[in-house]
Design a protein around this ligand. Structure first.
Ligand SMILES: Nc1ncnc2c1ncn2[C@@H]1O[C@H](COP(=O)(O)OP(=O)(O)OP(=O)(O)O)[C@@H](O)[C@H]1O
Ligand SMILES: [Mg+2]
Length: 252
């Protein structure tokens, strides 16, 4: 199965079922260090099911998932976190009745209590990447603006020190200027060598930060292509899903 040893994440033949509903069907993908894979697709295409199966929040029915060549298909969530997978889930998953700092500390639950230096270092890093969170560290999460909450969700995922970051619709509901700011921060993270899978329904910013784009349609790949090589027409097809035209066919 390990045919691309450089890949941080390798997904082969992944299928996710909920009873008789097949949400993901036979999906293959690789993501390398410092690479961003953008995932787009309509409501119900299976994007969150894919992310949740990689994170271990949803069980896969068949296929395999490997992180740094280690098979984690059956591993529980906690083991995946320790292995280096972090997720900012759909809906952000922030605890509203806790402060910014408490939310961040929760993200570092995999750091052992005696590793105070590690925890302190991670907090400092989070505040360096997202200065607004440093300014608001004692503020209750429920009082954050949408943009700040989006940043908190990403920052909290980073607190476990991941090598693979999964972001499920991080910019949902944000005004264009906040979306832009969030993606600027994501571009900074990319330069640190993180591998990322970012789901968005429609966001021009996703295209800018992505190395490749995967379009999902009814649980399957409708095309995966290098973002830089896509012309305006294929992008329009990707975003607006014109049924008349096939998706991009560039090999991954
Ligand atoms: N827990 C569940 N039980 C049953 N069916 C589910 C469950 N979660 C998702 N589904 C179904 O699986 C399919 C894929 O859903 P999923 O949430 O993965 O799509 P999505 O691409 O993330 O959609 P959206 O853009 O709306 O977030 C849908 O048909 C959905 O109704
Ligand atoms: Mg979803």
């Amino acid at each position: 199965m390990v045919d691309n040893p450089a890949a941080v994440l390798q997904v082969r033949g992944l299928t996710v079922r909920y009873g008789s509903v097949r949400a993901v069907h036979g999906l293959n993908l690789d993501v390398s260090a410092g690479e961003v894979l953008g995932v787009i697709g309509a409501n119900g295409a299976g994007k969150s099911s894919l992310v949740n199966a990689i994170a271990g929040a949803t069980r896969s029915s068949s296929g395999s998932i490997a992180l740094n060549s280690r098979d984690i298909t059956k591993a529980p969530v906690t083991e995946r976190v320790r292995a280096g997978i972090a997720v900012s889930p759909e809906g952000r998953g922030i605890l509203a009745g806790m402060t910014v700092e408490e939310n961040l500390r929760l993200g570092a639950y995999s750091v052992r209590r005696r590793d105070r230096n590690v925890l302190g270092g991670r907090l400092a890093e989070a505040f360096a990447i997202f200065p607004v969170l440093g300014e608001r560290r004692s503020q209750m999460a429920q009082t954050l603006s949408g943009g700040e909450a989006a940043m908190l969700s990403v920052a909290r995922a980073l607190m476990s020190g991941p090598c693979l970051l999964l972001l499920d619709e991080p910019s949902l509901g944000l005004a264009p200027i906040m979306r832009q700011r969030l993606f600027e921060r994501i571009a900074v993270l990319k330069r640190t060598g993180l591998a990322m899978v970012i789901v968005e329904q429609r966001a021009a910013e996703l295209l800018e930060v992505s190395d490749r784009l995967l379009q999902m349609r009814r649980g399957e790949s409708a095309g995966i292509g290098r973002a830089a090589e896509m012309d305006a027409e294929s992008l329009a097809r990707l975003y607006f899903g014109a049924a008349a035209a096939p998706g991009p066919s560039a090999p991954s």
